[in-house]
Structure formats: structure tokens, C-alpha cells
Write a protein that binds this ligand. Structure first.
Ligand code: ADP
Ligand code: MG
Length: 234
């Protein structure tokens, strides 16, 4: 009993630390990247190669923060009633600039009354990793659609993109640490996503076709709205 209590305290400290490190480290990384970019525009070819290598490594460091720590929050293990539409709307706000920059469109259509039990930070981390993959898979043309509904006491969320898709071998490697087909990928995003969905008693399934697109289907036990006190989950 005592042992468990200590573990929780330790995890609390670690997640607080992770959150502040992620926050504090991302800014200087971006600033350094900016200056390197500026320098590389004013230098000879040989040095430009080195500067590009440095920029790529900075991007890799930023990628690790995004995949692991974007939403790291002190209350990491708190389970509350989550409104799925509200959570995903927040992710949409964060991802829209990236989507626009990459020439992709992001369409979210989720009814307001879908409730699940979970942790807001973890939920957002799981879904940003999936939705970011979809945006990246479009390679500048196409669209990501996210929609959800309730069926048989489950809340079902679909994330669909008409991007590059995966073959069977790639599909079977999803969630494996360090599996990535991207030059600047970490191969850690889906590993984190799968773990979070498992902890929230959810399931995840991927369908994909090379050259056609990918669909992720995530299911969580639904929270019965009538069993809640007034105002919860609003
Ligand atoms: P990363 O994005 O850093 O590569 P992830 O764990 O997020 O790592 O994804 C692992 C790999 O799975 C990607 O590199 C890509 O090959 C594949 N993948 C994931 N989602 C999609 C998608 N929506 N469309 C096509 N490939 C995908
Ligand atoms: Mg990813």
C-alpha cells in the first residue's frame, strides 16, 4: 500500500517536470532553428550541409516533445468525464495552422453529447499524434476528417485521411517503437497513443490502403449522461 503511494508521488513529480521541460525547451529550440536557417541562407554550400544537419536534429528533438509531451500536465492520472467534442476541438485549434501550412484541410464533425471517462491531457496527446500523422500523410493534397457517434454503449471516433496510405507490412508495424517512414519522424507517436488508449479502456483499429488513405477507429466505453449530476460533462 505504502509502496503504491510513493510511486504515485514520484510519477506526479516526473510528469510535472516533463511538462515544464517540454514547455521551456521548445522555445529555445525554435529560436536556434530560426538563426541556423538565417545563417544557412548566407553561407557557402559546404557549411550549408552542416547547418541543415543541425536543423534536422533540432526538428528531431521537437518531434520527440510533440509525440510525448505536448499535453503533459501535473494531473496526469486524474480520471474525469470528458466531452469528446470539446477535447477534439482544442486539438483542431492546435493542428489547423500546421494543416494550412501543409496545404491540407481538416474537417471535424462531432456531436456535443459524447462523454467518456479519461484524462484530458492524455486524450489530447493520443489524438494529436494520430491526427498529425493523417495531416502529414496527405503530402499537401487532400483532407482529414474526424467524426464520432455513440453505438452499443461505445463512443466511436473515426479519423480518416485520403493520404498516402500503408501496405500490410507497414500496418503491422504500427505502434512499434521507432517504426517510422519519415525522415524527421520519431516513430514514438503511435506507441504513446496505443498505450494511452489501452489505459483508458479503449480499443483502436487501423484500416489502410496504399495510395488511397487510412482510417483509425477508436472506441471507448460511453458514459451514461443520465447517471451524471447536472452540469457534469457540459
Ligand atoms: P512518426 O510519425 O514519427 O513517423 P508514428 O508512431 O506517429 O511515428 O507513426 C509511425 C509510422 O506509421 C509513420 O512513419 C507512417 O509510416 C505510419 N503512419 C501512421 N499514421 C499514418 C497515416 N495516417 N497514413 C499513412 N501512414 C501512417
Ligand atoms: Mg507521428
Amino acid at each position: 500500500f505504502n509502496h503504491k503511494l510513493q510511486r504515485t508521488e514520484k510519477m506526479q513529480i516526473i510528469s510535472e517536470l516533463a511538462a515544464s521541460v517540454a514547455h521551456e525547451v521548445r522555445n529555445p529550440l525554435q529560436v536556434t532553428r530560426g538563426f541556423l536557417q538565417l545563417l544557412s541562407e548566407r553561407t557557402d554550400n559546404q557549411n550549408r550541409v552542416y547547418m541543415q544537419m543541425a536543423i534536422d536534429e533540432l526538428d528531431r528533438a521537437s518531434g520527440i516533445i510533440t509525440d510525448f509531451l505536448t499535453f503533459a500536465k501535473p494531473e496526469l492520472d486524474e480520471l474525469v468525464v470528458l466531452n469528446v467534442a470539446k477535447e477534439i476541438k482544442q486539438i483542431e485549434g492546435i493542428l489547423s495552422p500546421l494543416a494550412t501550412q501543409l496545404g491540407a484541410s481538416l474537417v471535424v464533425d462531432i456531436p456535443e453529447d459524447l462523454l467518456i471517462m479519461g484524462n484530458s491531457s492524455k486524450f489530447k496527446q493520443a489524438f494529436i499524434n494520430m491526427m498529425k500523422n493523417s495531416v502529414e500523410a496527405l503530402n499537401g493534397k487532400g483532407c482529414v476528417q474526424v467524426w464520432a457517434y455513440e453505438a452499443k454503449d461505445k463512443v466511436v471516433v473515426h479519423i480518416f485521411d485520403n493520404g498516402e496510405g500503408m501496405d500490410e507490412q507497414e500496418l503491422s508495424k504500427l505502434g512499434e517503437p521507432y517504426f517510422s517512414t519519415k525522415t524527421k519522424g520519431t516513430g514514438l507517436g503511435l506507441m504513446v497513443t496505443f498505450r494511452i488508449i489501452e489505459v483508458m479502456n479503449g480499443t483502436i483499429e487501423f484500416k489502410s490502403k496504399k495510395g488511397a488513405g487510412t482510417e483509425a477507429i477508436v472506441k471507448f466505453p460511453a458514459v451514461d449522461r443520465s447517471s451524471l449530476p447536472d452540469g457534469v460533462g457540459a
